[in-house]
Ligand binder design. Structure first.
Ligand SMILES: *Cc1c(COP(=O)(O)O)cnc(C)c1O
Length: 374
């Protein structure tokens, strides 16, 4: 309980963040850039297992630069996860590209490889594929990457929610040609706000840093040949990130324990719900524990969420699929099944997954949920 409330996922700070910030103050490396930024990039690249990283002002900025690096031009088609946060797909529009939304499968709730294969039949010239690892659960990354590359498209991984998760022993955020992380306030670690672009391609990361600092050419005066952006991370923010990185594995372990307690607790209470699934050869970071209400049960997620809200407990609906968003009403949507994303949206919800929630508080949350089924 923080400020009288049980949170979905709030920032968890430690001592080390302050030490890095103090160092930045003491050396006057408050802005711009500075040694914390370089170190944060190095530490993150090493952790994820990618050669190069660029620290940015947001995960959305990382995705935007990934889309630019993939060479998306006006009218280009980009095949995107449908069941995700809008920030996964909006950057395609920043460059004038057109999203085609790909339905989910039921094993991980992420992009369905069969639907992706089908999409390439309709859109053989699609330039890129953007896959999100929803709620920290790795997608079927090998299959998706293989299909993408077989069609000559660029694979982009949105690992904003899945830092610390792995698939077949490899960290998420390392499967794409370009990969994005986020340090937004409620993610598994946070810098108060920020993002990271990761790639094995050194030239690409250098280009991203160039675009992110207003595309300033190396002249004594301000010389510009290209459109620029102000997307870099500050040295203060990177200091918070360095402190948080020292606790990432601990955050993942705490999140996993929360997921396990929900799974066991719902079983013990005999509730008609199941947890968000994952593949046996993957290890999620369990960023948000989610559940799905059985098809035969008439109880709706919004009823439970409102019941919890009245008791100062924060849950959240599942991301509303992108093909259902008014803004994207003109976009195509490809599915091979019974519209999996819409079904998960209708029957699923995100549970309080804050790592400062006590065991007793979590038991109380489950009791309150059980009351909705009584
Ligand atoms: C949080 C998030 C982003 C965006 O990250 P910001 O740092 O908030 O810009 C992108 N994609 C997904 C799936 C996210 O959850």
């Amino acid at each position: 309980m923080i400020n009288g409330k049980i949170w979905l996922s709030s920032p968890t700070m430690h001592e080390e963040e302050q030490a890095y910030i103090k160092k930045a103050f003491d050396t006057n490396w408050v802005a711009p850039l500075g040694p914390n930024v370089t170190e944060f990039e190095d530490v993150t690249a090493k952790y994820v297992g990618v050669a190069h990283a660029a620290a940015l002002s947001a995960g959305t900025a990382a995705l935007h630069l990934a889309v630019k690096l993939a060479g998306i031009k006006p009218g280009d088609k980009v095949l995107c996860s449908d069941l995700t946060f809008s920030a996964t797909v909006n950057p395609v529009s920043y460059e004038g590209g057109e999203q085609v939304f790909i339905d989910s499968e039921r094993d991980t709730w992420n992009m369905d490889p069969q639907a992706l294969e089908k999409a390439f039949v309709t859109y053989p010239n699609a330039k890129a594929v953007i896959v999100a690892n929803l709620y920290g659960t790795p997608a079927k990354l090998d299959e998706l990457k293989e299909i993408t590359e077989a069609h000559g498209a660029v694979f982009i991984e949105d690992a904003a929610e899945s830092l610390g998760a792995s698939y077949k022993g490899k960290m998420t955020g390392s499967f794409g040609k370009y990969n994005a992380l986020s340090y937004n306030g409620n993610k598994i670690i946070t810098t108060s706000g920020g993002g990271m672009l990761l790639s094995d391609d050194e030239e690409a990361i250098k280009k991203a840093r160039f675009w992110a600092t207003q595309s300033r050419e190396p002249f004594p005066w301000y010389e510009h040949k290209e459109l620029g952006y102000n997307y870099r991370m500050s040295n203060i923010v990177a200091g918070i990130g360095l402190g948080q990185m020292e606790h990432l594995n601990e955050h993942v372990a705490l999140k996993e324990a929360i997921y396990q307690r929900y799974e066991d607790g719902f079983k013990k209470r005999n509730l008609p719900i199941s947890m968000n699934p994952y593949l046996q050869d993957s290890k999620p970071n369990f960023w948000l524990s989610c559940c799905l209400i059985d098809k035969t049960c008439p109880v709706k997620p919004m009823t439970i969420l409102e019941y919890l809200k009245k008791r100062n407990i924060e849950g959240r609906p599942i991301w509303k699929p992108m093909h259902m968003q008014l803004f994207y009403k003109d976009r195509d949507f490809i599915t091979v099944r019974d519209n999996v994303g819409e079904d998960i949206f209708a029957r699923g919800m995100c549970l309080p997954s804050d790592i400062k929630m006590t065991v007793a508080e979590q038991e109380m949350v489950m009791d309150k949920i059980a009351e909705c089924f009584a």
